[in-house]
Design a protein around this ligand. Structure first.
Ligand code: KIV
Length: 266
């Protein structure tokens, strides 16, 4: 198998730390996963699908069945990327629940790893998953699953107590066996300290350029979601405008009977 067709493994991801930036993006279906596959390293089946795909304003409603359905689809569409499945809100509240649900991702899909939103209190859960042979990415900082509890999506690392908690949590997750840390909405200099302190890679979203890699939600990257643009998003195309123009042309052609043509008919 040549390098271009090679499946990216956890060892490839870990080996990039300090050498080469890790490229990550979300996807929720086989079609998009197939387009992204081979261009980056990681595809995350994020519970952000409830917002960017499901039209909700938070992620809390995601269920195990939904996350499994989308993870299976992404695994079908991507043969090279390292695929991470997001554990939905309420699916890892205890060690037993976390094990039962994480094992479902491993048994029912081809996901390479799972991701959990964690504080220090989740270190033992992460350790239990890793002991069972499940690769864990620990998500720290702004944790969308805590949006109701915290009254919104709050950037972290602005005050001393938060800075210490972030560093302690990142170190505890590494010690518990996590293979990587997702840093969301963290002041850049704090994400940089975390990245320097750890031997495992950090993937940032709204956490500055020093992280070992970057991730964005696909509908933000390609301009399909335009209700608002978070400061950390860079758009690489105006997907919504492109599709709007295309659907208008399609509707026009049906109405004026130029579609289907005789070549498009039996
Ligand atoms: O659910 C998700 O897509 C995420 C990203 C915001 C990193 O966790």
């Amino acid at each position: 198998m040549n390098e271009a067709n090679k499946k990216i493994t956890i060892n490839d991801i870990k080996a990039k730390k300090g050498k080469e930036k890790i490229v990550a993006i979300t996807a929720y279906d086989a079609l998009m996963a197939g387009i992204f596959d081979g261009e980056g390293d990681i595809i995350l089946v994020g519970d952000s699908l409830k917002m960017s795909f499901g039209g909700e304003n938070e992620t809390l409603g995601a269920t195990m069945e939904e996350m499994l359905y989308h993870t299976k689809a992404v695994c079908k569409g991507a043969s090279k990327a390292f695929i991470i499945a997001d554990m939905p809100f309420g699916s890892y509240s205890t060690k037993e629940m976390a094990l039962k649900n994480a094992l479902r991702f491993y048994k029912e899909s081809k996901a390479d790893a799972i991701k959990l939103e964690v504080g220090l209190d989740k270190a033992e859960i992460v350790r239990a998953l890793c002991n069972e042979g499940i690769a864990v990415m620990a998500h720290i900082g702004l944790m969308p699953q805590y949006a109701r509890f915290e009254g919104g999506f709050k950037v972290k690392g602005k005050i001393d107590s938060q800075i210490k908690t972030l560093l302690d949590t990142a170190v505890a997750m590494q010690e518990s066996g996590a293979f990587g840390i997702l840093c969301e909405g963290i002041k850049s200099e704090i994400a940089e300290s975390i990245t320097q302190r750890l031997s495992i890679p950090t993937i940032g979203i709204g956490a500055g350029v020093a992280c070992d890699g970057q991730i964005l939600v696909w509908s933000d990257v390609f301009g399909f979601f335009d209700a608002f643009k978070p400061k950390f998003v860079r758009r690489y195309c105006d997907g919504k405008k492109l599709l709007k123009e295309a659907i208008k042309s399609y509707a026009r052609d049906i109405r004026n009977e130029s579609f289907p043509s005789s070549q498009e008919s039996y």
